[in-house]
Design a binder for this molecule. Structure first.
Ligand code: PBG
Length: 334
């Protein structure tokens, strides 16, 4: 944008506004605070309180009790919401991901424990089958390994209602099936969960940046092939606007762009075009990169962490899902 006023040196010296911390703060266009963060958390169905995830240093799979403790810490830190992702015992996985529909399964148990521990913290649940299927895909597959759209949507609506029943505040379909937001919205209305929000993974790309996550939830070794027939092509930007438009039309309350940092242009376009809450997901591979370089001493981890969070805000995100939520919130409180 060009200024309507002529600006020329030396009447204008832009460095004047950068000379001291107080004036840099005063003239800052964007800021990040704990209330912008959604804590991305992996829960598991074992006894062990916490299990480190090799490809994500500093991240632990938590058992239900530890997840409840973490929810209390989120409340104390002013983190508004937690997004939970399940790692289940591989013996409970099958072709159709039937454990996703177990009302006494890991996710319903975790939701209940976390809501009891910290009722003021929002709980967000992924709606997708990949943590529960032996093949690691987000939906049902046919004999050729193709992920079936409409049959999958039918299961996703049941999974979403089950999560709402257990007390989830937001259901977040991450599967990229066509029509799933509308189907889930209708199912929630029918079941009386009229206030359950939908955060759609609207523009979710087929990305290499999800590698460590699949390790974290234990679907990496299972996954056959890739997800390119349902997730978006990284080459496309207009297509993201079509995805978002449809999801809003179908009843999404918040929309998400994923991955985060390599897709800031998409966040900008979506937030400007639709003026709905636009959430960025700083995914596992982004976290792992920062952690790894930080551990090597090649970058200042804390500084880069905070810079990336601010960049999401500058791009137009109204919130950021991140594995750094607790660390970042603590740093902001110090
Ligand atoms: C799948 C799902 C994925 C993530 C969240 N939900 C991975 C995938 O699509 O394979 C990625 C999260 C991350 O990388 O941090 N339903």
């Amino acid at each position: 944008m060009t200024s309507p006023f002529p600006q020329s040196y030396p009447s204008t010296r832009l460095r004047r506004l950068r000379q001291a911390g107080w004036v840099r703060n005063l003239s800052a266009e964007n800021s990040v605070s704990p209330s912008d963060l959604i804590w991305s958390m992996v829960v598991h169905d074992g006894e062990e309180p916490s299990i480190p995830v090799g490809s994500m240093p500093g991240l632990y799979r938590l058992n239900v009790e530890e997840a409840a403790n973490a929810a209390r810490r989120a409340s104390d830190l002013g983190i508004p919401a937690i997004a939970i992702f399940p790692h289940i015992n591989p013996a409970r996985k099958d072709e159709t991901g039937s454990e996703a529909l177990n009302p006494d399964g890991l996710i319903p148990e975790a939701i209940k424990a976390m809501k009891a521990a910290a009722p003021d913290v929002g709980i967000i649940c992924d709606v997708a089958l990949d943590p529960f299927t032996v093949h690691g895909h987000d939906g049902l597959i046919d004999g050729d390994g193709y992920v079936l759209n409409d049959a999958t949507v039918d299961l996703l609506r049941q999974q979403a209602v089950l999560q709402a029943e257990a007390g989830a505040d937001i259901v977040a379909p991450s599967d990229m099936m066509d029509g799933r937001v509308g189907a889930i919205r209708a199912a929630l209305e029918e079941a009386g969960h009229v206030n359950t929000m939908i955060m759609s993974y609207a523009a979710k790309y087929a990305s290499g940046f999800y590698g460590p996550y699949r390790d974290a939830i234990g679907s990496a070794s299972a996954l056959k092939g890739d997800k390119k027939t349902y997730q978006q092509n990284p080459a496309n930007s207009d297509e993201a606007l079509r995805e978002v438009a449809m999801d809003i039309q179908e009843g999404a309350d918040l929309v998400m762009v994923k991955p985060g940092l390599p897709y800031l242009d998409i966040i900008r376009r979506v937030s400007e075009t639709f003026a709905v809450p636009t959430i960025a997901f700083q995914v596992s591979g982004e976290y792992a990169q920062i952690k790894a370089a930080g551990q090597q001493g090649w970058i200042d981890e804390e500084r880069v962490m905070m810079e990336t969070l601010l960049c999401f805000k500058r791009a137009g995100a109204s919130g950021i899902i991140t594995y750094f939520a607790e660390a970042a919130a603590k740093l902001m409180h110090d």
